[in-house]
Write a protein that binds this ligand. Structure first.
Ligand SMILES: C[S@@+](CC[C@H](N)C(=O)[O-])C[C@H]1O[C@@H](n2cnc3c(N)ncnc32)[C@H](O)[C@@H]1O
Length: 235
């Protein structure tokens, strides 16, 4: 099952290096999460109480830390099928003092009851790991089914087939060199990204996936090489 393959990649060794490597692979990692929280606060209203679904929450816990520190009345359901990634996020969330406002769920969004309805959701860094159209639509559908009408979704991840943008791919490799990787390590990173992911092939494709799963037109608020971040509202 494609969704299971995507989760299996996030094993203990990848989790151990995730916090450092995610910030190299995505220049502006923290800015993207901070701005995602700002967009949600702007959409939901300052000080409003909200229940937020954080899909693919494993790793740094940054969606929850940025959002929880900005807004005292937000509560989070953090869903991730990879135990080592979820454990890491939970430990960071605990250190930030946000554990009492976070429920961690080991599993998939479709495991949550459909009766549960959220005021907002985030899906950051997940969609391009899901191979094929069907798995991407299933992921977005499962979020859409659990959002209130008018609720914002922060969607962020790589788009464009990597091989279609050779200059961006080389610049991405230069970023690894800039942060101390050896030529062999850079080559291995490039090989991994070319084989290991299946990003939507354009911004129009991202918009189409959202439209097919019940969302309005996305508005982009951040971009960094292959990466884009958008907000879209549940229709
Ligand atoms: C690149 S990490 C991004 C984590 C975090 N959102 C961030 O911004 O750093 C991708 C995460 O998605 C999770 N994942 C993979 N397949 C998933 C699925 N079908 N549903 C939810 N999460 C999934 C992985 O286990 C991993 O923790």
């Amino acid at each position: 099952m494609p969704a299971k393959e995507a989760a299996a990649k996030f094993d203990p060794s990848r989790a151990a290096e995730y916090e450092r490597q995610s910030r190299i692979a995505l220049a502006g990692y923290d800015a993207c999460h901070d701005l995602g929280a700002c967009i949600l606060a702007a959409a939901l209203g300052q000080g409003a109480a909200a229940k937020i679904l954080v899909a693919g929450a494993g790793g740094t816990g940054n969606e929850i830390i940025a959002g929880g520190q900005l807004e005292p009345n937000w509560h989070f359901v953090a869903v991730d099928p990879a135990q080592p990634m979820l454990d890491l996020a939970v430990s960071r969330i605990r250190e930030a003092g946000l554990e009492s406002r976070t429920e961690a769920v080991l599993g998939y969004v479709h495991d949550l009851p459909e009766t549960e309805s959220f005021d907002a959701a985030t899906l950051i860094g997940v969609l391009h790991h899901l191979p094929g159209e069907e798995a991407k639509l299933e992921m977005l559908d499962s979020i859409s089914a659990r959002l209130k009408k008018g609720a914002p979704l922060i969607l962020a991840g790589n788009h464009h087939a990597y091989s279609s943008k050779p200059l961006l791919l080389s610049a991405w490799a230069e970023r690894w060199r800039m942060t101390g990787s050896t030529p062999d390590e850079v080559k291995a990173k490039q090989g991994k990204i070319l084989q290991g992911a299946d990003p939507p092939h354009s911004e129009a494709h991202v918009a189409q996936l959202l439209s097919l799963t019940g969302f309005g037109a996305p508005e982009r608020f951040f971009s960094s090489l292959f990466w884009g971040a958008w907000v879209a509202f549940r229709l």
